[in-house]
Design a protein around this ligand. Sequence first.
Ligand SMILES: Cc1cc2nc3c(=O)[nH]c(=O)nc-3n(C[C@H](O)[C@H](O)[C@H](O)COP(=O)(O)O)c2cc1C
Length: 321
Amino acid sequence: MKIFLAPMVGRTDKYFRKLVRIISPNIVLFTEMITVDSLLRGRFKEYIVKDVEHPVVIQLAGSDKNKFIQCAEIISEQGFDEINLNIGCPSSKVVKGGFGACQIETPSQIAEYVDAIKSHTKTPISIKTRLGLGYEHDLRKIIDFIDQTSNAGCDIYYIHARNAILNGISTRKNRSIPKLRYDDVFKLKEMFPDVKIFINGGIEDIDQIEEMLKIYNGVMIGRKIYNKPMFLAEIENKVFSNSKIFSIEEIVCEYIDELDAADTMNKLFALKHLTNLYKGTGLSKRWRKHLHNLINSNEPIDNLKNFYIENYNEEKKEIIC
Ligand SMILES: Cc1cc2nc3c(=O)[nH]c(=O)nc-3n(C[C@H](O)[C@H](O)[C@H](O)COP(=O)(O)O)c2cc1C
């Protein structure tokens, strides 16, 4: 039984992953999508996975077999637990580059990449994709895609339960349009009993997770975790039966203590993902204001802890909500 943090550009960077790992020791982390060109040019090349970060999957996008091979070799050295290919991104920029969701149309090429990566590294390989393209509900394309790529050696699929619309709507709209089709993901699972199929898209509460886990061995969640990171504490407690749940104050203190000198220079990046920590509580507005002021000041990151001093009620021995 697994819960995966969905890859999200601009969100699942090393800072957000650090925060997520503190709240949830059990979730499987994903990086943001990184293109093979960008990795080979040097972005991320120096990154070495820390022990606490495991398990962590890196997501790659590209359309060049040799570059995939070179990247796979670097990634194995870095210590990532799995290489995931992005075959689901509908962004026009990505499609122009010849990768992302449009590659559902070229299964034999992706099968070649899978085969090439597998023969150069022992790191497991997986694919994140969608149910198909356009408004068509026909599953033939995705069936052929899984058929060819699994024959080449991919045996893990994360399926965002909707199609990608490549012309006419924005990347953002592509996350709510067209509608989710969980039944079709289930059909794929029934058709491919020898591969692992994990479901993604629109999963927002514990009941839904528990229902999905009766069918799938894993569930991938994106926006709900970013918009309310403390949802992870609920997942830890109710899904993983973990009784050691930290308070938000403990999480913030640990997060700040784990930052190194270089991180503290990068105040905006290091702090922006903490914005939603108090979502749904009486402290949310005050917390966001405190963060905003700190980011825009010359004060050191450590001053974030002043929030607890400023909002502490001496008499009640608790933070004022
Ligand atoms: C801001 C943002 C960035 C995203 N970036 C990526 C990405 O880099 N790679 C990818 O495969 N999916 C990306 N996605 C899609 C998510 O991984 C996920 O499939 C989608 O949000 C549906 O899951 P959810 O309803 O749980 O959020 C992104 C989604 C969001 C909201």
